[in-house]
Design a binder for this molecule. Structure first.
Ligand code: 26Q
Length: 774
């Protein structure tokens, strides 16, 4: 009997408090107790540190219990006591991230712990995570995400390990909260260390009596505001002072904490640092760690630049997650200096050293401009700094890395080709199949054993079953029950909405972004609707289109698209002609836990970004793993997905990167609009009174951005109209194929069987071997 089982049994016998909250704490504490001895084991070898401004963890309790191996015990004990083991679905997600980048960080931690790779995460303990979303008359509304409102039993505050972080205008405590990262099987427990900002002098009531009252109060607010809220704009750089403070805050604290441990063992022999620690920078958000480590080594430990630079370079490595120029972080020198002036001196030192290095490579004068860490407009380019001062730069899918090397970062690839590599993203199959789709997980284990939980390549052994009629029928039944489960959830959370279980579930779930083209999906649905109304598409099989997405609160184009899709949903869902034929649902507050319900129920996975814009995608892998076919473009990891699973088992359409490049200069969306009656009718719905945007003018703006463009971008910059016809055609082909349910199930099973390479276990092994030298 496990310690967990003992503790929980005792609790259930002795205590009357059987409300959700008390049980949540009792169960979590029992699990923490069981994990503790393993967690306390000291590290004896080189450790990798994952620096990330975001960790999109999701709900912790079930994943931790699964990995500890005590989930069956919980279920048994609860059922014996007449309690519902699913009651913790009411517990908040830890949404300390925006989307893909933050979720990837969480998957990496799970994979490393499972494979006994010493990897610790370092980040920020935001008081408020990503905003919660609800719809009011079809418009997105945001509320604060107070994720610890019911407590945080999975964190341990380490008061004694707090460190001081200094800014130009304030100094604060960084207090670490450690979370255990429990590997599957419970043999290894790593740490996620999240820093919370607190005032150096706690505001005390005695100062109410004197004039310093306001000062003390103000200082406390100013300190706590640093870790108060996650910035909700993914993929657009916003030069905000507080954002820079957040970055420096967690990076400075993390480096101090790492160096404290290092010095305890190795003293001042800093040349050994890269043999003991590897630090991976999750995009440029933590890249200020580079000049900060230089500052510590030179300013405090008295090393020279020639001694310190190789240490920095050998310690750090950088991952790029985006191609789009507007997302590359740049800081105005004036802003940077007003926050961390002492660090700026080390940026200048790096800049000067870079100039010498380039000179040595024959790059001189004006040819150096595109490399400058501090450009002619007095902005610091964090990506350039990250490439220059680290030993490794990687992209997150094969196509993405090629674009980095030959386009976005080609000047850098020309001088430092040996630094570039690809590490295609992955996902943890524990959460994204084992936990979220237990029936399918059981189906798989019955056939090939459960080794796939720690070695996803074993899924290949499923392949023979694609020709087994009994297995295919069972697959269809499981998918149907997952649809029922989702429908129950949607009924509860989306105002009593009823889903048609006997329809195709077509799912697009990801942040709302123009490049991800949710709008093109909306256009295609409206086109299908008009065709059905006109009595065309006689053999159309019923479809339910599901969307989940949050728009950054200040991103009005994206908010307009949400409103537009909700308007289409209203039209379609209220039309009696469409009953049981066509439905559109935009779920509210899409998050990790909602994803765990949507993904197992999906038949079709929408991955329709403009070729060359989505660095990788990871939702595409989760849907593939759960037996959905991909309706997608040649972009990001979609390319690798169809290489593995076969183009014949997926629906690939549209322009490729080369086609888009070729089209760019003479692309004329207006000509397409006038030439294609379907497109014209659909687009006109934005301006002809079919729908109302509540007087915001957002629909007119969307219409104009496609046909007219603006002063800062060309018309239809994401080529919706270029791909529209081939997209609708592919969608209708999938609809037709679905009607042969056995052959469609076969495609689905082929996708699962070939998803092995998309485990984050594989990805993190590649980081550990190729970059961190663990
Ligand atoms: C920057 C400045 C100020 C405020 C916020 C930000 C910010 C925050 C988050 C910028 C970017 C992000 C997140 C980017 C992201 O999630 N990128 C995605 O990374 C995934 C994992 O590699 C890929 O699969 C996706 O293709 C990529 O879009």
């Amino acid at each position: 009997m496990s310690l967990f089982q003992n503790e929980l049994t005792e609790y259930l016998q002795k205590t009357d408090s059987k409300d959700m909250l008390s049980l949540y704490h009792a169960v979590s504490e029992a699990a923490m107790k069981q994990a503790k001895p393993t967690w306390n084991k000291p590290r004896t070898r080189k450790t990798a540190c994952y620096f990330s401004a975001e960790f999109l963890i999701g709900r912790m309790i079930y994943a931790n219990l699964l990995n500890l191996g005590v989930l069956p015990e919980l279920q048994q004990l609860f059922l014996q006591s007449g309690l519902d083991p699913n009651m913790f679905e009411g517990v908040e997600d830890a949404a300390l991230g925006n989307g893909g980048l933050g979720r990837l960080a969480a998957c990496f931690l799970d994979s490393a712990a499972t494979q006994e790779i010493p990897l610790d995460g370092y980040g920020i303990r935001y008081k408020y995570g990503l905003f919660k979303q609800y719809f009011k008359e079809g418009f997105q509304q945001e509320t604060a995400d107070d994720w610890t409102q019911f407590g945080d039993p999975w964190s341990v505050r380490k008061e004694k390990e707090k460190v001081r972080v200094d800014f130009a205008d304030q100094s604060v405590w960084a207090v670490p909260y450690d979370m255990p990262v429990i590997g599957y099987g419970g043999k290894c427990v790593n740490t996620l260390r999240l820093w919370q900002a607190e005032a150096m002098h706690a505001f005390d009531l005695t100062s109410f009596n004197d004039m310093r009252c306001n000062d003390a109060f103000g200082a406390q607010i100013a300190a706590e505001s640093i870790s108060s809220v996650l910035y909700p704009n993914d993929e657009t750089q916003e030069g905000k002072r507080l954002r820079l403070k957040q970055q420096y805050f967690f990076v400075s604290a993390s480096l101090q904490s790492i160096l404290r441990q290092f010095k305890a063992v190795h003293g001042n022999n800093f040349s050994k640092l890269p043999q003991q620690y590897a630090i991976q920078l999750n995009d440029t958000h933590p890249a200020v760690a580079i000049p900060e480590l230089l500052r510590i080594l030179m300013g405090k430990e008295n090393l020279t630049l020639d001694e310190a630079f190789p240490i920095v370079q050998d310690t750090f490595a950088y991952t790029n997650h985006t191609i789009m120029a507007e997302a590359l972080e740049k800081w105005d020198v004036s802003l940077f200096c007003s926050v961390i002036p002492e660090v700026y001196a080390y940026v200048v030192m790096l800049q000067n050293k870079l100039k010498l290095d380039l000179h040595g490579k024959g790059i001189t004068g004006g040819a150096q401009a595109c490399y400058h860490l501090i450009d002619e407009n007095h902005r610091i380019h964090m990506a350039r700094m990250a490439i220059y001062a680290t030993h490794s730069t990687n992209g997150v899918a094969a196509l993405h890395t090629e674009i980095l090397k030959h386009d976005a970062l080609k000047e850098w690839y020309a001088v430092y080709p040996e630094r570039f590599s690809n590490k295609t993203n992955g996902i943890t199959q524990r959460r994204w199949l084992g936990l979220c789709n237990p029936e399918y997980a059981g189906f798989i284990s019955e056939r090939i054993g459960n080794g796939w939980l720690t070695d996803l390549s074993q899924l290949k052994k499923l392949e023979p079953y694609v020709n087994d009629a009994h297995s295919l029928r069972q697959f269809v039944e499981i998918k149907r029950r997952n649809k029922e489960r989702l429908a129950g959830h949607v009924h509860l959370y989306e105002y009593g909405m009823q889903l048609n279980i006997d329809s195709i579930f077509d799912v697009q779930i990801k942040r709302l972004h123009e490049y991800k083209r949710q709008l093109m999906n909306a256009f295609s649905i409206l086109d299908i609707y008009f065709q059905l109304k006109d009595g065309k598409l006689p053999n159309f099989y019923p479809m339910t289109f599901l969307f989940g997405a949050k728009a950054a609160p200040g991103y009005y184009q994206a908010k307009g698209i949400i409103k537009y899709i909700n308007e289409i949903a209203k039209l379609v869902n209220n039309d009696p002609d469409m009953k049981d034929r066509l439905a559109v649902v935009f779920v509210q507050n899409y998050n990790v836990s909602y994803a765990e319900k949507l993904i197992p129920a999906a038949d079709i996975s929408e991955q329709i970004s403009t070729a060359g814009t989505e660095a990788s995608g990871t939702g595409n892998m989760k849907l593939m793993l759960n037996g959905a076919v991909t309706l997608g473009t040649y972009d990001g990891a979609n390319i690798e997905i169809v290489q593995q699973a076969g183009e014949e088992n997926n629906y690939i359409f549209g322009a490729r990167v080369e086609d888009i490049r070729g089209a760019a200069d003479n692309y004329n969306p207006k000509a397409i609009y006038h030439a294609n009656a379907h497109i014209k009718r659909v687009l006109d719905s934005l301006i002809d009174g079919t729908f109302s945007d509540g007087g915001t003018n957002w629909f007119r703006n969307i219409f104009n951005s496609i046909l007219e463009g603006t002063s800062w971008h060309r018309p239809d910059q994401y080529y919706l109209l270029l791909d529209f016809e081939s997209y609708v055609e592919a969608k209708l082909l999938a609809n037709r194929d679905y009607q042969d349910s056995m052959s469609f199930a076969k495609k689905c099973l082929q996708n699962t069987a070939n998803a092995g390479t998309f485990s984050s276990d594989r990805t993190i092994r590649q980081y550990a071997e190729d970059i961190w030298q663990l």
